[in-house]
Design a protein around this ligand. Structure first.
Ligand code: ADP
Length: 353
């Protein structure tokens, strides 16, 4: 098992730079998730680690080995793609063993490795079937099995669950987490789904426009984001952002009836604008006469989301337990712990601390 290190990794296509000098250390056995909006460079970065894209400048190491110019097949990595690309005329067993067969491994070794992968992925009942007779989730498990039998030092996953329906996606997410627990290899996983990132990762790397915005454990990013982008990207529903103004004693939020929030952070001078961040989970609503009204309530059973709009034309969401949902049309007062509120610079969007 082996970690992965990127040093000032750059990717340019022609004269367009899409990865701008990324520094990153992924520890041995870590589950690292690259997350960010479409086009931010997640897949490119993963493909650079795999060797499927040439690295334009900088260095990529796997363990202590500089692999920047090493052939993909020699890097000790195995990649699982969004599309499974199984051979339709081969059985599950033959699909999983194909790579080893091509490399001339002995038959009994292939059989043993396929049996082990099949056990881990619960594919024992399907070994003699062809891909056409498998569900999408089973096909994706075969694709993962094909990676496992190669015994790579690092697994690379490129949005492996995107083609599955919502229910299967949840099942496969849990299976991938289980797989990581069982085999303990270094895994790097690309997704645009922040729920996948939160649930799978030891370490999340939030990317934006070819740069790292922040790296940290899921709860570190949730509780302690460095900027408005990360604060808004991690957490579901997203963090609410309201306009605030620095006044004597704190930050005045016009949208919340001019409430002044006392802050423990270094604020710019009085009269300056700041952005006030408040997570839906940190808001408590109570049905009381007020200028604020719930516009729409979404009841999900266990939880409910109340959507509100302020007299200043801003919008925000509160989360409550399903049993405590407040009906749409109800006037409400808003309560929250001031210590949970985050403040961001109105121009740079950096967190004020
Ligand atoms: P993501 O995986 O985060 O959606 P990508 O890594 O696929 O993003 O793409 C990052 C950026 O690189 C995008 O702006 C994309 O348009 C650009 N890009 C990707 N592949 C090529 C290519 N072959 N030629 C030119 N630009 C590319």
């Amino acid at each position: 098992m082996t970690g992965v290190t990127l040093e000032k990794a750059v990717k340019t296509y022609g004269n367009v730079q899409v990865i701008h000098g990324v520094d990153l250390e992924i520890a041995d056995g870590e589950f690292c998730v690259f997350v960010g909006p479409s086009g931010c460079g997640k897949s490119t970065l993963l493909r650079m680690i795999a060797g499927l894209e040439e690295t334009s400048a900088g260095k990529i190491s796997i363990g202590s080995r500089d692999v920047t110019r090493v052939d993909p097949a020699e890097r000790g990595v195995a990649m699982v793609f969004q599309t499974y690309a199984l051979y339709p005329h081969m059985t599950v067993e033959e699909n999983m063993g194909f790579g080893l067969r091509m490399n001339g491994h002995p038959k009994d070794e292939i059989k043993r490795k396929v049996a082990e992968a099949s056990r881990v992925l619960k594919l024992d009942d399907y070994l003699k079937r062809k891909p056409a007779a498998l569900s999408g989730g089973q096909r994706q498990r075969v694709a993962i099995g094909r990676a496992i039998v190669r015994g790579p030092e690092v697994f690379l996953f490129d949005e492996p669950l995107s083609n599955l329906d919502a229910e299967l996606r949840v099942d496969m997410r849990v299976e991938i987490a289980r797989l990581h627990n069982e085999i303990g290899a270094t895994m790097i996983y690309v997704t645009h789904d922040q729920v996948e990132a939160m649930t799978l990762a030891d370490k999340i790397v939030v990317l934006r426009a070819g740069r790292i915005e922040q790296v940290g454990a899921p709860m570190e990013l949730y509780r302690n984001p460095d900027n408005k982008f990360v604060a808004g990207f991690i957490g579901s529903p997203s963090m609410n952002f309201l306009k605030g103004r620095v006044v004597e004693g704190g930050v005045e939020v016009a949208g919340l009836g001019g409430a002044v929030i006392a802050t423990g952070v270094a604020l710019p001078g009085a009269g300056r604008d700041v952005i006030v961040g408040l997570r839906p989970q940190d808001i408590t609503l109570s049905a009381e006469p007020s200028a604020l009204k719930v516009d729409i309530t979404e009841q999900l059973g266990g939880v409910a989301y109340e959507y509100l709009s302020t007299p200043t034309g801003e919008a925000f969401v509160a989360e409550s337990k399903g049993d405590d949902a407040i009906d749409s049309g109800t006037e409400v007062k808003v309560r929250f712990d001031p210590a949970r509120v985050m403040f961001f610079d109105a121009e740079t969007e950096a967190r004020l601390r």
